[in-house]
Ligand binder design. Structure first.
Ligand code: GLU
Length: 472
C-alpha cells in the first residue's frame, strides 16, 4: 500500500474553531495511525477575506492542540503558476474552454430557466466555439471545464458509503475567473494531486464539490484520492454550530483553562466512539481511531461534557504536565511559581477538585501570596468568639513541632480539637480561612505542609489579630 498522505486545508478567513479543529484532528489521527504524512495547506486565495491574523490563529491553534504537520504550511497564493500550468493542460487537451458569456447573458439565462422552473445551469453556448461569439462577449473570458453530459460519478466515501451524482446535474464549472485566477475546485485538485494526497478528509459541506473534483482528476490523468466527508456539528438547539453556541477559536478554550488533550478527546467523540469509553489519551486515539467508523449523522456540541472531560484529564494527568500548563495562568495573575512551594506539589493537592486550569490557578494563588482579605462569608461563618484562642493555640503548637509534615500538622489539629472540646472542623476551617482567605482548599494538613511552617505561622498570627480586632 502506498503511504497515506492527508492534509488539512483551512481558509484563513476566521479562527480555528471547533468544526475545523475536529476535521484537522480526524485527518491527523488517520495519518498518524497509518504512519503517513500530514500536510498543512492554507487556502488563502480569497484575498479579501483572508488575513494574516487568521493564519497565525490557525497555526497557533494547531500548535496548542499538538496537531503537528510534516509538510507545509503551503500557501495557495504562492502557487498560481502551478494552477496556470494545469489550466493550460486542460485547454490544450480540449477538456476546458474559454467562455465569453457576459454576466448579463448568464443572468438572463438564469431568469429564463427559473421562469420555466428549471434548475439554473450554464447552457453550454461557448462549449464548441472556435473563437469569441459575435454578440454578448465579455471583456475577459472565464475558463470552464467540459463536464461529461451523460453518465454519472460515484463518490466512494469512507463515511457516507457510495454517493452517486448525475453528470447532467453538474454544470460546466468555471475553473478560472476572467482575471485568470483559478477557482476553489480547481486549486484543491491541483494541490491535492501535486502534494500526493491519498486521503481527503473534510467537512461534508464539500460533498457536492467532490464529483466535480473527481472529473478534474480524471481530466488531468490522475487517480482521485479516497474521500471521507465528516458530518457537521450542531448546537444544542439543532442548528448548525456557530459562535452563538460557543464555537469560538480553540485558543479561547486554552484561555479558559482547558487542557489540549481534553479538547482533542472531546472533538474526537463528536462523531466517533469506541464502545462506551469516554476518556481517551492521544496515543490511545492514534491506535484506535478509524475513519471508517465515523458516524454519518451530525453530532451535537455539548459544553458541559467538554468540561467534564477536562476534569477527567486534569485528574489523570502527570502533575508536571499540569504544572507546565498552569504556570502561565499564575503568571497572568501576577504570581511567580518559582517563589513559593513547588508548583508540581501544589498541582498534586488540587488535581482532584479543579474543572479548569483557571479554577485551579485561582484556588492556588494563596500558596504564593497572602490573602489580601478574608472572604466575607467564610470569615463570618468561621471566625467566631473563641476562634482567636484556638488559632493562637495551634500557632504555638505549630511553632514547636519537631518536624513539619502533614502527619504532625494533623496531630496538632486533633490535639487542639480535644483541648477546646470542639469538632475537628471547628479547628481546621478557621485555619483554612486564615491561610487561604476562603473556605475551600485542599486538606488542611497538606496545605500547611506545602505553605511551610514560617508562612503558616505568620498567617495564623495575622488571623488571630484580625479576629481579635473584628470579632472579639
Ligand atoms: N478550504 C476549504 C475550507 O476551509 C477546505 C477545502 C478542502 O478541504 O477540500 O472549507
Amino acid at each position: 500500500m502506498t503511504m497515506i498522505r492527508t492534509r488539512f486545508a483551512p481558509s484563513p478567513t476566521g479562527y480555528l474553531h471547533i468544526g475545523g479543529a475536529r476535521t484537522a484532528l480526524y485527518s491527523w489521527l488517520h495519518t498518524r495511525r497509518h504512519g503517513g504524512r500530514f500536510v498543512l495547506r492554507i487556502e488563502d486565495t480569497d484575498r479579501e477575506r483572508s488575513t494574516p491574523e487568521a493564519v497565525n490563529a490557525i497555526l497557533e491553534g494547531m500548535a496548542w492542540l499538538g496537531l503537528d504537520y510534516d509538510e507545509g504550511p503551503f500557501y495557495q497564493t504562492e502557487r498560481y503558476d502551478r494552477y496556470r500550468e494545469h489550466l493550460q493542460t486542460l485547454l490544450d487537451s480540449g477538456q476546458a474552454y474559454y467562455c465569453y458569456c457576459t454576466k448579463d447573458r448568464l443572468e438572463r439565462l438564469r431568469t429564463e430557466q427559473q421562469a420555466r422552473k428549471e434548475k439554473p445551469r450554464y447552457d453550454g453556448r461557448c462549449r464548441d466555439l472556435d473563437g469569441p461569439p459575435s454578440e454578448d462577449v465579455a471583456d475577459e473570458p472565464v475558463i470552464r471545464f467540459r463536464t461529461p453530459l451523460e453518465g454519472h460519478v460515484v463518490v466512494e466515501d469512507a463515511i457516507r458509503g457510495k454517493v452517486q451524482f448525475l453528470n447532467s446535474e453538474l454544470d460546466d464549472l468555471v475553473i478560472a475567473r476572467g482575471d485568470g485566477s483559478p477557482t476553489y475546485n480547481f486549486t484543491v485538485v491541483v494541490d491535492d494531486l501535486e502534494m500526493g494526497v491519498t486521503d481527503v478528509i473534510r467537512g461534508d459541506d464539500h460533498l457536492n464539490n467532490t464529483p466535480r473534483q473527481i472529473h478534474l482528476y480524471q481530466a488531468l490523468g490522475v487517480e482521485p484520492p479516497r474521500f471521507a466527508h465528516v458530518p457537521m456539528i450542531l448546537g444544542e438547539d439543532g442548528k448548525r454550530l456557530s459562535k452563538r453556541h460557543g464555537s469560538v477559536s480553540v485558543l479561547q478554550y486554552r484561555d479558559e483553562g482547558y487542557l489540549p488533550e481534553a479538547l482533542l478527546n472531546y472533538l474526537v467523540r463528536l462523531g466517533w466512539s469506541h464502545g462506551d469509553q469516554e476518556v481517551f489519551g492521544v496515543e490511545e486515539l492514534i491506535q484506535l481511531f478509524d475513519i471508517n467508523d465515523v458516524n454519518h449523522s451530525a453530532s451535537t456540541f455539548n459544553p458541559s461534557k467538554l468540561q467534564w472531560l477536562n476534569q477527567q484529564h486534569i485528574m489523570r494527568a502527570a502533575p508536571n504536565h499540569i504544572a507546565r500548563h498552569l504556570g502561565p495562568f499564575l503568571a497572568e495573575r501576577g504570581v511567580d511559581p518559582a517563589e513559593g512551594p513547588s508548583l508540581e506539589a501544589v498541582v498534586r493537592t488540587q488535581q482532584e477538585r479543579a474543572k479548569t486550569l483557571v479554577e485551579m490557578a485561582d484556588n492556588s494563588l494563596f500558596f504564593y501570596r497572602r490573602p489580601e482579605a478574608y472572604e466575607e462569608k467564610a470569615a463570618r461563618k468561621n471566625f467566631k468568639e473563641g476562634t482567636a484562642e484556638i488559632l493562637e493555640h495551634c500557632q504555638h503548637l505549630f511553632a514547636g513541632l519537631p518536624s513539619w509534615d502533614a502527619e504532625s500538622i494533623h496531630g496538632v489539629v486533633t490535639e487542639a480539637a480535644e483541648a477546646f472540646d470542639v469538632k475537628m472542623g471547628k479547628v481546621a476551617q478557621p485555619i483554612r480561612v486564615a491561610v487561604s482567605g476562603g473556605a475551600v482548599s485542599p486538606p488542611i494538613d497538606a496545605t500547611l505542609e506545602l505553605l511551610g511552617r514560617e508562612e503558616s505561622v505568620a498567617r495564623l498570627s495575622a488571623a488571630v489579630e484580625w479576629v481579635r480586632e473584628n470579632v472579639g
